[in-house]
Write a protein that binds this ligand. Structure first.
Ligand code: GNR
Ligand code: NI
Length: 168
């Protein structure tokens, strides 16, 4: 297993819609294990494959406090949504920024597990939020896209200042 580097906004690879997973082989199993290790190390409650530069419709999540409820979400779709509410959100690809955006409180997810087996899941609260956040990543979208252009510009400047300060 390996901790992978996480891409930061405004990397263009975060902006591409990812193609579906078709091969459930050894390479995919290794990638999933590496994504979990990277997510737990960060630490984060979710991680999309394209945040690590791998353009595939795949994300991992664990919203439990005990870090023992791993969820693999491959080729996901949302079947049903409830009302939206305003929640606070952050992203490992937009470090140190957080803001409030609208998300559905409950969603019904259909996805494939790591072996390509379909499952459905009713989620609410943080897990429902995380599912929407990761699905957005797979469509090339970031939570800052829901903010005003003024706020988005402020965040972009903050990140580019920090990048030049750290020599990268
Ligand atoms: O670690 C994360 N926390 C978080 C908090 C609120 C809503 C979504 C998230 S996902 C984020 C990790 C991440 O960037 N996943 O793509
Ligand atoms: Ni994110």
């Amino acid at each position: 297993m390996a901790v992978l580097p996480i891409l930061h906004h405004p990397d263009p690879r975060l902006r591409h819609k990812t193609p579906p997973v078709t091969q459930f082989d050894e390479t995919l199993q290794k990638l999933i294990d590496d994504l979990f290790e990277t997510m737990y190390a960060a630490p984060g409650v979710g991680l999309a494959a394209n945040q690590c530069g791998v353009p595939l419709r795949l994300a991992v999540m664990d919203c439990s406090e005990t870090h023992d409820q791993p969820i693999v979400m491959i080729n996901p779709e949302i079947l049903e949504r409830s009302e939206r509410h305003i929640v606070e959100e952050g992203c490992l690809s937009v470090p140190e920024a957080r803001d409030k955006i609208p998300r559905y409180h409950r969603v019904r997810l259909r996805a494939l597990d790591r072996h390509g087996k379909p499952y459905e899941l009713d989620a609410e609260g943080l897990l429902a939020q995380c599912i929407q956040h990761e699905l957005d990543h797979l469509d090339g979208k970031l939570y800052i896209d829901y903010l005003s252009s003024l706020k988005r510009e402020r965040i972009r400047k903050l990140l580019s200042r920090r990048k030049s300060a750290s020599g990268g």
